[in-house]
Each structure stands twice: as C-alpha cells, then as structure tokens.
Design a protein around this ligand. Structure first.
Ligand SMILES: [Zn+2]
Ligand SMILES: [Zn+2]
Length: 299
C-alpha cells in the first residue's frame, strides 16, 4: 500500500482522534482558566452547538465521503494543479501548500463577510452569545458545504501533496478550537504566540457585536494575513471581559443558541449594505448597518 492510499484509509480516524483530543484539552483548560463569564447555560449551548457539529459531519460524510483528501488524491492521479506540474522538494511542497490553503481560508472568510447572502449563512457562527471551544465548530450546513466546494477548487488549482491536506485539515480544526477557547493566556504568552498563531484574544475581537471589530482578524490559523491585508486589530475597545459577543439584533438565546433557530437564522431578518463596508464604528442602523437591536422585525 502506498502512502497516499494509507493516508486515505486512516484519514477519518486521524481527524476524529485529533478532534476529540484537542476538544477535551481545550474544554478542561476553559474550566481551569476561563477568560470570560458565560452568559448562557453551558449545557444548553454545548448540546445545541455540538448537535450542529454532528449534523454537519453526517451531511459532509454523505455528500463527500472522500472529503478534501479524496480530492487531493483525485488531482494527483490526473496531474492537476501547480504542485503536480512543478518539480519541488516534497517537504517544501507540503509547507507551501499548507500556507497557501490557509490563505485561501482567510480570503474565503473575508468573502463570507463581504457578500450579503453569504453573511446570512456566516451569521450562524457569529450569533453565538458566548465564545468557547464549541463556537469554533458552529457553522450553518450550507456554509460547511460551500467551504468544502471552495476547498475542492483550491486543491484542484494547487495540487497539494495529499499529506499536506491532512496536516492542513487537522491544523485548522485544532487551531479553530484553540482560538475560540474561553481561555485566559498571560499577556506575554499571547503576544509571543501572535507572531505565528491566532490566539483566543486575537480571534475574540472578530466576534464582537461592533461591526468594525467583527470585520477584523479573519485569520483562523496563521495571523500574518490580517497584518498583511490590513484587517488586524489588537484588542476590543471594551476589553475582553467587557465586550459583547454576538450580532446586533440577534440576542434571543432561544433562537441563536438552539439548533432549530440556528438552522433558520440565514433566512431571517434583513441584510442591508455590504457587511465588509462596515469598518467604521457608528450607531447600528446607520450607513447600511444592520437595523437596531430593538427592532422586533429583525428577530
Ligand atoms: Zn467571521
Ligand atoms: Zn470565529
């Protein structure tokens, strides 16, 4: 059995193993050193957020049983993509592929904030009223399917080594759980880690209700893209304990933190203007912002 076939057959267990391992680790860390007090009962949020994760996993297995790794094998077999054309040392090809795939995820994240119809889907991730390890895996099924299709396209163009795709998938999964963790890291550790990793304090800014803060820090694993493309923001105005997590107008826990409400969320309320244009801090409802939180129609 060659390496690619071996990776293909063990990839689901590798990913699942890392998921549970990292999940338990961050979950315990959150209990030992929490950053913020949670506002919604944890059992309720976890049951619903993890319910969505199970649903998404089932849908993905059903639609794309071979997943992203299968696409990499498919591309390699047909000689598709840049790395299947160029003669590059394998180690370098893996490194560049992982970094390039991370850039693709950054650009995709900016896009789902910029395009109103996609922001509707992505709101499910942002509408969580608290911020912890389960937030990191909470996405609407349609956004999950869209992400997979974009990943397929990226892999077809890039032609990354199969092992690079496995490393990327495991890394993205692990860093998403870490940087959504309700974790208190000493400031010096946070500062040091931010040179090469998105930290919980860095990504928490992105979950602020304030539009300009939510349109910052789009990176999931590598923090460099935000600095390079000018979307980096150091800290939230209100401080990490004082800031409000979520979206204006979507503040009812019965809707935003329950599974049926999350599934219906993209189809409710209005989205005016381009989400990405909301880089200025102003009163909600102005300049194409979402309607004010007191507007009952919005819910
Ligand atoms: Zn986002
Ligand atoms: Zn997030």
């Amino acid at each position: 059995m060659d390496l690619d076939t071996w990776i293909m057959s063990y990839e689901p267990s590798i990913r699942l193993g890392f998921f549970f391992g990292v999940f338990i680790l961050i979950g315990l860390w959150e209990i030992l050193a929490p950053r913020r007090r949670l506002s919604v009962p944890k059992a309720l949020r976890w049951a619903n957020n993890l319910g969505l994760v199970v649903l998404n996993t089932l849908i993905l297995r059903l639609l794309f049983p071979a997943a992203a790794v299968g696409m990499a094998v498919f591309a390699a077999d047909r000689g598709w993509g840049i790395f299947n054309y160029l003669e590059i040392p394998p180690g370098l090809a893996v490194l560049v592929s992982v970094i390039a795939l991370d850039l693709m995820i950054y650009l995709q994240h900016v896009m789902v904030h910029a395009v109103p119809a996609l922001w509707r889907l992505h709101r499910v991730h942002h509408a969580d009223l608290d911020y912890d390890v389960t937030t990191g895996a909470r996405f609407h099924p349609i956004e999950i399917i869209l992400s997979m299709l974009i990943k397929f396209a990226g892999i077809a163009v890039l032609g990354p080594p199969v092992v690079a795709v496995v490393i990327f998938e495991v890394m993205l999964n692990a860093t998403a759980m870490f940087n959504h963790g309700n974790l208190h890291l000493p400031r010096t550790v946070d500062r040091f880690l931010r040179w090469f990793l998105v930290t919980p304090d860095m990504h928490r800014v992105h979950h602020s209700v304030e539009d300009d803060e939510a349109n910052s820090n789009f990176g999931f694993s590598l923090p460099w893209w935000d600095r390079l493309f000018g979307t980096y923001r150091d800290q939230p105005r209100g401080g990490h304990e004082g800031m409000t997590i979520g979206i204006h107008g979507f503040r009812d826990p019965k809707r935003v933190d329950r599974l049926p409400g999350m599934l219906a969320l993209p189809f409710t309320g209005s989205v005016t203007g381009y989400a990405i244009n909301r880089r200025q801090w102003g009163k909600p409802g102005q300049d194409g912002n979402e309607p004010d939180m007191h507007d009952p129609k919005e819910l």
